[in-house]
Design a protein around this ligand. Structure first.
Ligand SMILES: [Zn+2]
Length: 378
């Protein structure tokens, strides 16, 4: 570099005078900008000024939102007592894993015995009435009995069949195994089995507890399919489409996880003016638990553009500027700002020209303060 001592003097003259009093030689060089100035090599080193070109960078457009890790409703189960009873066996604790069909607890109640004995009796009765019906049908066909006699038998037989059906439904609904009752007789307890495979989240029973019909016994979650439920503001929702990348993190950590948009909801939450966006994880992780609150970004588009690092630019009165090296001095130029993200800012305009400019990438702050000084009056 060829910055010499006389430039130092000019710099100090420049910085101690108002713009109107600038030496004419500097005025002449300032063709496109009102602020140009020069530094010594030492000053450049001191300010750690680094030059470089604008480069093609991917700038992502995204919307920010918050959300939660959740499971679909079918992966969540509340197990309640189909019939009231006393808890006689309790299996599993919160956090335990159970397989579908495994016994969670047992209930006892006289009512169960009564129901099963009614059922077995009704079954016997149906057998008997079936034989009677067949016998009377033959007699009726041979005109040995009246039609009334035959029809009476038919009604009694059908009534008993209805009774058996009703008891069967009631027992099945309560969770009894009909075959087992028919083969092994009355079961002294009702076994409550898990309807899904998953983790126990709540156990609300203990030995000897009297539970009422419908009372919750256990709560379970199958987290084989954890997903994201994001709340996106109404104003942002049109930009959100399935398959877009979601970047998310837990508020207490810096670790970034990735997912993708799976479904965009259609209904606006009237309270928060948000719409639910359902996302899926890129890969499973144990760090994310059901109910975890998330901060997320949905990447709505990404473009390859000519861009500068944001640290190379600064704002003044709503306009964006950068410094370029022009021959042996620095020049402040206004940037036509395109898209931007956290790190980069797109520069639009004459791409070929912009590509060849030597931008000040580091040390902008130093130049800026020099420039400020140069333009205030003493
Ligand atoms: Zn899902």
């Amino acid at each position: 570099m060829k910055y010499t001592i006389y430039l130092v003097l000019i710099f100090f003259v420049f910085s101690c005078s108002s713009k109107q009093e600038n030496p004419s030689e500097i005025e002449n060089e300032a063709s496109s900008s009102s602020s140009e100035f020069e530094l010594t090599k030492d000053q450049i080193d001191l300010a750690k000024i680094k030059l470089g070109k604008a480069e093609i960078n991917v700038i992502q457009n995204y919307i920010e939102c918050v959300g939660m890790v959740d499971v679909p409703p079918q992966n969540r189960a509340t197990i309640s007592a189909p019939l009231g009873g006393v808890v006689s066996v309790v299996n599993f604790y919160p956090g335990d894993y159970v397989k579908k069909g495994e016994a969670l607890c047992r209930l006892q109640n006289e009512l169960y015995i009564q129901l099963q004995s009614d059922y077995l009796n009704a079954l016997n009765q149906v057998d008997f009435l079936q034989n009677e019906f067949n016998r009377k049908q033959k007699l009726f066909e041979a005109n040995a009995i009246s039609e009334k006699d035959f029809l009476n038998q038919k009604v009694v037989f059908n009534q008993e069949k209805i009774k058996v059906n009703a008891l069967e439904e009631k027992l099945k609904w309560a969770g009894f195994n009909l075959n087992q009752i028919q083969e092994n007789g009355i079961q002294p307890y009702l076994q409550i089995s898990s309807p899904i495979s998953g983790y126990i989240t709540e156990v609300k029973v203990n030995l000897g507890k009297q539970v009422n019909q419908g009372e919750t016994l256990y709560e379970l979650i199958d987290n084989s399919h954890l997903h994201l439920e994001l709340n996106v503001y109404q104003k942002d929702i049109n930009a959100v489409k399935p398959k877009q990348v979601i970047e998310f993190k837990l508020p207490e950590s810096d670790q970034i996880f990735f997912g993708e948009v799976y479904l965009v909801g259609q209904k606006i939450d009237p309270e928060n003016r948000t719409i639910n966006v359902h996302g899926h994880f890129e890969e499973k992780t144990d760090m994310l638990k059901t109910g975890s609150i998330l901060q997320a970004k949905i990447i709505t588009s990404s473009d390859s553009v000519l861009a500068l690092p944001k640290t190379a630019t600064f704002e003044e009165n709503g306009k964006v500027y950068a410094f370029i090296e022009n021959a042996d001095h620095f020049e402040k130029i206004e940037i036509s700002e395109g898209k931007s993200d956290e790190d980069f800012i797109e520069i639009i305009g004459n791409k070929e020209k912009n590509k060849n400019l030597n931008f000040v990438l580091e040390g902008v702050y130093y130049l800026k303060s020099g420039e400020l000084e140069s333009s205030h009056n003493h």
